[in-house]
Design a protein around this ligand. Structure first.
Ligand code: AP5
Length: 208
């Protein structure tokens, strides 16, 4: 399984990725998680990235692409991978194609998790994320069910930043639907249903 997950912020990409990883043991490559780890470590990259993330904007390509290349080269990604949050614009998609071609790897599909923006604002305002492992759940979860870590509200899940992220998605990431549609590898699921129902469709659409 070598797939790209597409969808607006809060569409449920991370949630569906977690389920695929648990069932199929492939690598979950989330650029959001990689960037948040860099912010937490206060690395030079993390300090630069934080400014863009807090503003609901994309982190510059040159900072993100290196992280993805490094992660794709790790052993667990050889079994398969789910790219969650990458690519985020056409330039990143072209870079990814070039990188995968060097590795002799083809994408099996690009899966769009489709959810209306009104639903998204509610979901993101009530989302909590594990400080240790990145697991996500609703506001009623205070201890991570996966690693017992502390659940917190991401800085960019505050109402003022959510709308900016949605605008960034519409202007920069949505064109990728056409990009992967043109390659004939785009599949779509309705993400506005219970998580397990969405997951049944995810597997069906991916032929799993
Ligand atoms: P990133 O971390 O990638 O955030 P995102 O794309 O905005 O996506 P989210 O993680 O917010 O949402 P999700 O779709 O994974 O939803 P989730 O499953 O958690 O990026 C953050 C920032 O980093 C960006 O803004 C940017 O600055 C930077 N960045 C990242 N990648 C970049 C790149 N490639 N280039 C440049 N910059 C980059 O679900 C959300 C909530 O809904 C949860 O609480 C969940 O429990 C709940 N939920 C999920 N599914 C359902 C369902 N079916 N029904 C009800 N509730 C559900």
């Amino acid at each position: 399984m070598k797939i790209v997950l597409l969808g607006a912020p809060g569409a449920g990409k991370g949630t569906q990725a977690q389920k695929l990883v648990e069932e199929f043991g492939v690598a979950h490559i989330s650029t959001g998680d990689l960037l948040r780890a860099a912010v937490k470590a206060q690395s030079e990259l993390g300090v630069k990235a934080k400014e863009y993330m807090d503003a609901g904007q994309l982190v510059p390509d040159e900072l993100v692409v290196g992280l993805v290349k490094e992660r794709l080269a790790q052993d667990d990604a050889k079994i398969g991978f789910i790219l969650d949050g990458f690519p985020r614009n056409t330039a990143q998609a072209i870079t990814l194609d070039a990188e995968l071609s060097k590795m002799g790897v083809d994408l099996d599909g690009a899966l769009l998790v489709d959810v209306a923006s009104e639903v998204i604002v509610n979901r993101l305002s009530s989302r909590r994320t594990c400080r240790s492992c990145g697991y996500t759940a609703g506001a009623d979860t205070s201890v991570c069910p996966r690693c017992n870590g502390e659940m917190y509200q991401r800085d960019d899940d505050k109402p003022e930043t959510i709308q900016k992220r949605l605008d960034t998605y519409a202007s920069q990431t949505e064109p990728l639907i056409e990009y992967y549609g043109g390659k004939g590898i785009l599949v779509k699921v309705d993400g506005d249903r219970p998580v397990d129902e969405v997951y049944v469709d995810v597997k069906k659409e991916l032929g799993l």
